[in-house]
Design a protein around this ligand. Structure first.
Ligand code: F6R
Length: 264
């Protein structure tokens, strides 16, 4: 795992969008796995900006959403499909047929989830997966106790997650308590994973995920098993890490290691 500690949220988003840009330069038909929520919004804004400046072209990009609420139609303002359209897809030149998401109202949930997995495999897998992290350590909607080998499936949200999402459903009666989510096993198959976190309320989940044991109780700790994960944090989210100086040291000396590795 590479732990990257930045000064603020804007720097987190610059780092993440830069990594996506570099991967896109290597492979224009990049396959992205994308999270919703507050965390990745700034990254999407930077990608849109690069597209508008003509630096990035999404015409061959494919995108897969990480999760979706069960029970919401695609055009519901709180659906993740709506979120992704509004905050990214409608502002770039990604083709409609290259946008993939889990449906909130599938006829057959199990079949729908199986098909989603098959579709991801059929395009060669996800190249870069963007993740946020819940304050309970969830990734996607894989809540604590999710199997570390889980695949795309229906899950019940924890009361904590429902509570944290309540602000988005102002004035509405039924806040969804079920969702579809890529599994932890699905996420771990992405070639590169970027987990982003900012703010003090993520600090405990971050330290447990990065420096704690791998456990289903902290789903993001499963990322320790992945060979190419970058955890990009601000000072607040990194505040409980015990090896901060070491992570900073590694990051600031990275260029030297890369130069050396190329010579070998
Ligand atoms: C969203 C998702 C969730 C969020 C997490 C953090 O698609 O899968 O895991 O990434 O709940 O949410 P924010 O970014 O709103 O703090």
């Amino acid at each position: 795992m590479e732990i990257i500690i930045k000064n603020d949220y804007d720097e987190i988003c610059s780092e993440a969008s830069q990594i996506i840009f570099q991967e896109w330069q290597k492979k224009n038909n990049i396959v992205l796995g994308l999270a919703t929520g507050r965390t990745p919004l700034g990254v999407y804004a930077k990608l849109i900006d690069s597209f508008k400046k003509g630096e990035l072209d999404f015409s061959e990009t494919r995108a897969f959403s990480l999760d979706e609420y069960i029970g919401l139609k695609k055009d519901h303002p709180q659906s993740f499909a709506y979120f992704m359209n509004k905050n990214l897809y409608h502002q770039i030149n990604i083709k409609k047929e290259n946008i993939h998401g889990l449906q909130g109202l599938p006829e057959d949930i199990d079949e729908h989830c199986r098909q989603y997995e098959t579709l991801i495999k059929s395009v060669g897998g996800i190249d870069v997966q963007i993740l946020g992290i819940g304050s309970n350590g969830h990734i996607g909607f894989n809540e604590p106790s999710s199997s570390l080998a889980s695949r795309t499936r229906a899950k019940t949200l924890t009361e904590e997650t429902i509570e944290s999402n309540r602000q988005f459903f102002k004035g509405e009666e039924g806040i969804p308590c079920y969702c579809l989510t890529m599994g932890i096993g699905t996420i771990l198959e992405a070639k590169t994973i970027l987990l982003l976190a900012f703010g003090e309320n993520k600090a405990e989940a971050v330290v447990n995920s990065v420096e704690g044991p791998v456990t289903a109780t902290v789903p993001a700790s499963a990322l320790q098993l992945h060979p190419d994960v970058k955890i990009i944090l601000d000072e607040d989210a990194a505040s409980l890490l015990t090896r901060k100086d070491y992570y900073r040291w590694v990051y600031s000396n990275k260029k030297g290691v890369e130069r050396y590795a190329k010579k070998l």
